[in-house]
Write a protein that binds this ligand. Structure first.
Ligand code: H79
Length: 609
């Protein structure tokens, strides 16, 4: 079960105390009772709702980040010349894909000297691009650490030709802090270099070093985010990382720093793993169910520097991707791969600058920063629409011919009170048309990338926030709701990550239990809602006595959805039957509607009866 390998230490305790004080905003006396056990029956590892918590707030607002792939592979710049003179091309996977022998790879790494790494220049490039956070590879699959780790000598200080007094992660942290940019670290679980990785018998030794490295990173550089990778089943070397390992690591990191944001590859990319999903080199067609998300993407066709790769995305593509992502409620993490001297390639800098120029013009950045998905309109073919407060930003990538309208499909009735093209004095005619509106601009596009029409709206009427205290929760120490419940109480929300070791109550073991929530749910809008559950092992939901979700075949972490029409300010009766058989356990209840972005159904909208 969950081992207590959690040296929280003084710093951890102080961080935790600080976080409690900050989170509560009240003196300790008024704060909650001391935290209960951190593992075992009675533990719920879900500490907040990532969709709404203060912890994730910066990340949800920032929307646009810089990914940096930089490591010992960068020294080869994408090309390996074999002893027979033939050349093999790749980038960060070059060691494996070009089958470079260990000694040859180590030999080239010994010459790695990124003397031109200029943290201030990199941070400036990000900032000028409108990127608000940076995620840099601290260790990729080749296992080479980019900071002076004490766990081994396979790192930039001890195995390179670089100035041993420099620490590029520390430099980047300092420059990022000075610029108000958040810094995160990519960390590969899969490790091609550590001799203990491949053999399941020695894997625990590797894990210990990995925990040691992560503790160094968290305590010495205070990253805002950790971005794991290489969690998948793999051969050569065999990857023994399990879901249980992921759950343990997440709990460990939470103890080190409760404010950390962690991606889903800490586990096995299930919907209940970490804080956000990580579509790679793709943009989902709509908001992702049940989790925050971030698309990571290259600017050319490689993550690491590849001197032969000139297949650069155009600035128009970058801007359009960013707008698509934001309109679907995601973040965009756009990659650069510095060369062996540590310099971001000129074509990357140029594209970043163009993107930043667009975001910085005419207030167009408002369509991105602090903006997000709106369910009020359908995704248009001519561009993307995001919402920020009571403004919709219609970003037009295919500007219409003179006199032709842009059609906007409304999914809930709202009024457009004004329409203006950012950076232009032209009139935009707004007329009700069919299932929504026609927007007819009178002039030309404001530029070649995208033109933004800012629509001030009067949104659908909202009922006042509710006054609920949560749902009645009855839990049984069996998985069939049999006999009298072992415990009865009120749960503020349905947001449970019992994972492998937790349960609803210390009296209830981690396997074979069930919970029934009853009471009512009060929406704030007269709209069609999607109720979603994230469950493991089974769930059934009834609204107003009618079944909405029936997912009663035991399963791993999974999203189920049901559509219901709700009445604002009305309390609809709700019942949820949830069971945990064996293994991992999760149960969350979320909702969304045209006016309500996806979130865990909040306490004040839930009533115990
Ligand atoms: O760090 C970047 C990639 O190195 C890593 N994730 C991003 C963020 C990544 N690992 N795996 N993949 C991406 C997808 C796997 C692609 C593969 Fe292949 C196809 C592995 C082997 C064949 C690409 C092509 C890598 C080597 C050859």
């Amino acid at each position: 079960m969950h081992s207590r390998t959690r040296p929280a230490g003084l710093l951890g305790t102080l961080l935790l105390l600080g976080a409690l004080l900050l989170a509560a905003g009240t003196p300790p006396a008024a704060a909650k009772a001391p935290p209960g056990p951190v593992a075992g029956p009675g533990t719920n590892h879900a500490t907040d709702d990532p969709f709404t918590s203060d912890r994730t707030s910066w990340w949800r607002q920032d929307r646009f980040g810089m990914f940096i792939h930089f490591g010992a592979y960068s020294n080869l710049e994408g090309e390996y010349t074999r002893p027979d003179g033939t050349v093999c091309r790749n980038a960060e996977w070059i060691k494996r894909e070009c089958r470079i022998p260990d000694d040859a790879y180590e030999k080239q790494a010994a010459t790695f000297n990124p003397a031109d790494f200029d943290a201030q220049a990199i941070v400036k490039a990000a900032k000028d691009a409108g990127q608000r956070y940076i995620v840099i590879t601290s260790k990729h699959h080749d296992g080479y650490a980019m900071w002076p780790t004490k766990q081994n000598s396979w790192n930039l200080r001890d195995h390179s030709s670089f100035d041993p007094h420099r620490d590029i992660l520390a430099e980047l942290k300092k420059a990022s802090d000075a610029a108000g940019i958040k810094l995160g670290f990519y960390y590969s679980i899969w490790d091609w270099h550590d001799p203990d990785f491949a053999d399941p018998a020695t894997f625990p030794r590797y894990k210990k070093r990995m925990y040691g490295q992560l503790k160094e990173l968290v305590q010495n550089y205070d990253p805002a985010l950790l971005w794991f990778d290489g969690e998948w089943d793999a051969d050569n070397p065999t990857n023994a990382w399990s879901r249980r390992d992921g759950a343990d690591l997440q709990a460990y990191l939470h103890d080190l720093n409760p404010d950390l944001i962690v991606n889903n590859r800490v586990g096995k990319r299930e919907v209940a793993d970490g804080d956000f999903g990580t579509p790679e080199q793709e943009i989902p067609a709509e908001p992702v169910d049940g989790q925050l998300w971030e698309s990571c993407m290259t600017l050319n066709d490689h993550w690491g520097f590849a001197k032969y790769d000139t297949h650069w995305k155009s600035p128009a593509t970058v801007v359009r991707n960013l707008l698509d992502v934001v309109s679907r409620g995601g973040n965009y993490l756009l990659n650069v791969g510095p060369d062996k001297r540590g310099r971001i390639p000129r074509p990357s800098v140029d594209r970043l600058r163009e993107t930043g120029r667009w975001l910085g013009s005419h207030g167009q950045g408002d369509a991105v920063h602090g903006a997000g998905h709106t369910g009020l309109v359908a995704d248009p073919a001519w561009g993307a629409v995001s919402r920020r407060g009571n403004d919709l930003y219609a970003s037009v990538t295919s500007w219409p011919e003179a006199g032709r309208p842009l059609h906007l499909t409304a999914k809930s009735p709202f009024t457009i009170t004004s329409a203006q093209v950012a950076g232009s004095s032209q009139k935009v005619r707004v007329t009700p048309a069919g299932d929504g509106f026609d927007l007819t601009p009178s002039g030309a596009a404001t530029g070649p990338l995208a033109s933004v029409i800012r629509l001030a709206i009067r949104p659908p009427a909202a009922a006042p926030a509710g006054t609920g205290k949560g749902l009645t929760a009855q839990s049984w120490a069996n998985d069939s709701f049999t006999g009298p419940p072992a415990v009865t109480g009120v749960d503020a929300t349905v947001n449970k990550s019992y994972r492998f070791d937790g349960s609803p109550d210390p009296k209830i073991p981690a396997d074979h239990f069930s919970t029934r929530w009853t009471g009512s749910i009060e929406p704030r809008f007269d709209e069609t809602y999607t109720l979603s559950t994230v469950s493991d092992d089974t769930v059934r939901v009834w609204l107003d006595g009618k079944p909405v979700i029936d997912s009663s075949t035991p399963h791993g972490p999974k999203v189920d959805k049901g559509t219901v029409t709700l009445k604002a300010g009305h309390r609809h009766s709700l019942r949820i039957d949830y069971t945990e058989v064996t293994g991992e356990a999760h149960m969350k209840l979320l909702w969304s509607s045209p006016s309500q972005s996806q979130q865990i159904v909040p306490q004040r909208q839930l009533y115990a009866r």
